[in-house]
Design a protein around this ligand. Structure first.
Ligand code: C2E
Ligand code: MG
Ligand code: MG
Length: 655
C-alpha cells in the first residue's frame, strides 16, 4: 500500500547549505593565513586579530543558522511524509468502515444516549424502516414486547461490563411482523474510557429458525400423522418420571394397538392403511384431550401419556378406565376409506407412572405387555399392567354391576336427617340414600354416588329416591306428628337435565299425592355451569308446580354468583366443610358470615349443614342464620328412629 507522493525527491534547498557554509568559512580563514605567511605578524597582528575575530564569529553564526535550517527542513519533510501516510491510512480505514457498513448485516450506530445516528441499507431491508426515519430515535421502536425488562437489563449489564453483548432478540418490523434476529452490540469508548457510541449489528435468523424447527419436527414427530414419535415420548416420560419422584404425583401410560390392522393394510394397500392410521390418530387425540401427549410409535401402535392424575391409585385407575372405555367406543365408530366402510377396534394396555416406576423404556414395555393381555382376552378391551390397578378396576366393575341390581334387589334405602329452626323445632328432613350391600353392609353415598353418576345409574336411582321420599311425605301428611315437615331430596345434575325430568316429577307428585309445597329439591352449583338458561327454564316450570329449591353445598362450587338472583331459588345451604371446622380457621367464619349476608340481601332463606356443636349453632344464629342441620340435632336415620328423634326434639324444644 503506497501513499500518493511518497518517494518524491526532497526540495532543492536541502543542497545549498553545505557548500555555502564551506565557502563562508574559507572566506574567513584565507585572508588570515595569507597575512600570517607574508607579513610581519606584529604589524598586522592588531588589525587582523580584530577582523579575524569578526569573521570567525560571523562564520560560526552562519554555520549554525544553516544547520538549524537544514534540521527544520528535514523535520518538515518527515512530518509531511508522515501526514501523508496518516491521511492515507485514515482514508483506508474509512473506506473499510464504509464497506463494512454496507454489508449483509443490519447495522446501526447510536450516540451515548442511545439515539440512532446512522443506519445502513441492510438495517432498512430487515426492519422496514428507512434510515432517515429512525435518525434520532431510540432503537426501542424495534421492540416486539416479547422480552421483559429483565432481559434488557441483563443485556445492558453485559455491554457495560464486557464492552459488548450478543444474543437472540425478537424484534418487530415496521409492518408489525415479529422476527428473531442475532444481535451484537458493542460500546465505542472515548479517550476517557466512557462510551461515546454504540454499534449494533443485526442478522435476521427467521430462516435459520424455520430450518431448526423443521429439523426438530423431523426428529421428534411422525411424518404420517403429525403426532410426536417414540423419541419425544420417551423424553417426556423421562421428564415426568423425574417429576414424580419429587412430588408424589402420578401419571399413566396407555398403549393402543389396532386390532386386525395388518389385514386392512395387506388387502387394501398402504394408501388405505395410511388413511386409517391418520383417522385413528385423530380419534385418539380427540379423546385424550389437550393435556395428554399422544404419540405414534410406528405401525398401528399409539401411546397416550397422561401426566397428572393425582395421588390415589384408585382414582388414577378409574380415570384411565374411563378414557379407555371412551376410546374404544370412539374407535368402534364406522369409518369410510374410499368407498368402503370399516369397523375398527383396539386393544389397550395401561400402566402407572409414579415414583416407584422404573425408567421410561421399561414402563413402555409394561404398557405393551398389558396391551398383549388385552389382545389375549379377546381384543377390543383394556388391561392394567399394575396388579393393584387391575384389582381396583375389577372391583369397580363388579361394584357397578351390583349397583345396577341394587334397586331391583331392594338394597336401596332412604335415611332422614332432621332440620330445625332457631327454637329447636323440627321443620323438615333431608332424604339421604343408603345402599345395604349384601357383603359390605351399609355403603355410604360418597362411595357409590360417583359411580352411579359415571355410569348414568344415578338417573334411575335418583328417581327411586324421589319417588320413595314423596311417598313418605304423603304418608306424613296424615299424621299430626309429621304433617308439618318438609322433605329435601338431592337431585343430581344428570337427573335434572333429563328432557322428561319435569314430567316424571309431576307423575311422582300425582302418584304419591305428596304436597308439592312440602317438597324441596337440592341442586348443586355445577348444574348451572352448562346451559344456565335451559336450567332456569326447567326450574321455573317446577317452581310453577309449587316445589321449592335449595342450593346445596353452597360455597364449594366455582360458578359465578351472577346466576343467583336470576334463578327461582328459595334457600342457600352452607356447606358442612365450612361449618364443621368453623372455629379452626377464621376464613370459615368469614365465609359463613358472607353466605348468610348474601342470602339476606337476596331475600333467600339460609340453612347451615354440619352443625355439630352448640357453639356452632349459637355463632350461626348470631350471624343471622336460623335454620340448622347436623349431628347436634340428629344423624341421618331410618324412618323408625326418626320418630324417636322427633319426639325427643319436641320434648326439648317445648321445654
Ligand atoms: P349432602 O346432600 O350435602 O348431604 C349432607 C351430608 O352431610 C350427608 O352425608 C350427611 O350425613 C352429612 N352430615 C350432615 N350433618 C353432618 C354433621 O353434623 N357432621 C358430619 N360429619 N356429617 C354430616 P351422606 O348421607 O353421606 O350423603 C353424602 C352425599 O351424598 C350428600 O351430600 C349428597 O350429595 C349425596 N346424596 C345422598 N343421597 C342422595 C340422593 O338421593 N341423590 C343424590 N343425587 N345424591 C345423594
Ligand atoms: Mg344435600
Ligand atoms: Mg350438602
Amino acid at each position: 500500500m503506497t501513499a500518493k507522493g511518497a518517494g518524491r525527491k526532497p526540495p532543492s534547498y536541502r543542497r545549498w547549505p553545505a557548500w555555502q557554509a564551506a565557502l563562508l568559512c574559507s572566506a574567513a580563514i584565507l585572508p588570515l593565513t595569507s597575512v600570517l605567511l607574508w607579513a610581519d605578524w606584529r604589524d598586522v597582528a592588531a588589525p587582523i586579530g580584530v577582523g579575524g575575530s569578526v569573521m570567525a564569529v560571523l562564520g560560526g553564526v552562519l554555520l549554525r543558522q544553516s544547520r538549524r535550517l537544514a534540521r527544520t527542513e528535514e523535520a518538515l519533510f518527515h512530518s509531511e511524509k508522515h501526514l501523508r501516510q496518516l491521511n492515507a491510512s485514515l482514508q483506508t480505514e474509512l473506506d473499510i468502515a464504509a464497506l463494512a457498513f454496507d454489508t449483509h448485516l443490519g447495522m446501526f450506530i447510536t450516540d451515548a444516549k442511545g439515539n440512532i445516528c446512522k443506519a445502513n441499507p441492510t438495517f432498512e431491508r430487515i426492519t422496514g424502516y428507512r434510515a432517515e426515519e429512525v435518525l434520532g430515535l431510540n432503537p426501542r421502536i424495534l421492540n416486539s414486547g416479547r422480552h421483559d425488562a429483565d432481559f434488557y437489563r441483563e443485556m445492558w449489564t453485559g455491554i457495560h461490563a464486557q464492552g459488548s453483548w450478543q444474543g437472540e432478540v425478537w424484534n418487530r418490523r415496521k409492518n408489525g411482523e415479529i422476527y428473531p434476529q442475532w444481535v451484537t452490540i458493542s460500546a465505542v469508548k472515548d479517550g476517557a474510557g466512557k462510551p461515546s457510541h454504540y454499534v449494533a449489528t443485526l442478522s435476521d435468523i427467521t430462516l435459520r429458525r424455520a430450518a431448526e424447527q423443521e429439523a426438530h419436527r423431523l426428529a421428534f414427530y411422525d411424518p404420517l400423522t403429525g403426532l410426536p414419535n417414540r423419541r419425544m415420548l420417551l423424553d417426556r416420560m423421562a421428564l415426568a418420571l423425574r417429576k414424580y419422584s419429587d412430588e408424589g404425583e402420578q401419571g399413566a401410560l396407555m398403549f393402543i394397538d389396532l386390532d386386525g390392522f395388518k389385514h386392512v393394510n395387506d388387502s387394501l394397500g398402504h394408501q388405505a392403511g395410511d388413511e386409517l392410521l391418520q383417522l385413528t390418530a385423530k380419534r385418539i387425540a380427540d379423546i385424550s384431550g389437550d393435556s395428554a401427549l399422544v404419540a405414534r410409535l410406528g405401525g398401528d401402535e399409539f401411546v397416550i401419556l397422561v401426566e397428572v392424575l393425582g395421588h390415589s391409585v384408585a382414582d388414577a385407575s378409574q380415570r384411565m378406565e374411563r378414557v379407555a372405555s371412551r376410546l374404544l367406543s370412539k374407535l368402534a365408530e364406522p369409518c369410510w376409506i374410499g368407498q368402503r366402510r370399516h369397523l375398527l377396534s383396539g386393544s389397550i394396555g395401561i400402566t402407572l407412572l409414579n415414583a416407584g416406576a422404573s425408567d421410561a423404556d421399561e414402563t413402555l414395555q409394561q404398557a405393551e405387555m398389558a396391551m398383549y393381555q388385552a389382545k389375549q382376552a379377546g381384543r377390543n378391551t383394556w388391561r392394567f399392567f399394575d396388579p393393584t390397578m387391575q384389582a381396583v378396576a375389577v372391583r369397580r366393575a363388579l361394584f357397578e354391576s351390583e349397583l345396577r341390581q341394587a334397586e331391583r334387589r331392594n338394597e336401596l334405602q332412604l335415611h332422614y336427617q332432621i332440620q330445625v329452626d332457631r327454637h329447636g323445632s323440627a321443620t323438615g328432613v333431608e332424604a339421604l340414600l343408603r345402599w345395604r350391600h349384601p357383603e359390605y353392609g351399609m355403603v355410604p353415598p360418597y362411595d357409590f354416588i360417583p359411580i352411579a353418576e359415571e355410569s348414568y345409574l344415578i338417573i334411575s336411582i335418583g328417581h327411586w329416591a324421589l319417588m320413595s321420599a314423596c311417598r313418605q311425605l304423603a304418608e306424613w301428611a296424615g299424621d299430626a306428628e309429621t304433617a308439618g315437615l318438609s322433605m329435601a331430596v338431592n337431585i343430581s345434575p344428570l337427573q335434572f337435565q333429563q328432557a322428561d325430568f319435569v314430567e316424571r316429577l309431576e307423575e311422582v307428585l300425582q302418584v304419591t299425592g305428596a304436597y308439592p309445597e312440602r317438597l324441596k329439591l337440592e341442586l348443586t352449583e355445577n348444574l348451572f355451569l352448562q346451559e344456565p338458561d335451559a336450567v332456569r327454564d326447567t326450574m321455573l316450570r317446577i317452581k310453577a308446580l309449587g316445589v321449592r329449591f335449595s342450593l346445596d353445598d353452597f360455597g364449594t362450587g366455582y360458578s359465578s354468583l351472577s346466576y343467583l338472583n336470576r334463578l327461582p331459588l328459595d334457600q342457600l345451604k352452607i356447606d358442612q366443610s365450612f361449618v364443621r371446622p368453623l372455629f379452626e380457621d377464621v376464613a370459615n367464619e368469614v365465609i359463613c358470615a358472607s353466605i348468610i349476608d348474601l342470602a339476606r340481601n337476596l331475600g333467600l332463606e339460609v340453612i347451615a349443614e354440619g352443625v355439630e356443636t352448640q357453639a356452632h349453632r349459637d355463632w350461626l344464629e348470631q350471624q343471622g342464620c336460623h335454620a340448622f342441620q347436623g349431628y347436634l340435632f340428629g344423624r341421618p336415620v331410618p324412618m323408625s328412629t326418626l320418630r324417636v328423634q322427633l319426639r325427643e326434639l319436641a320434648a326439648t324444644a317445648g321445654r
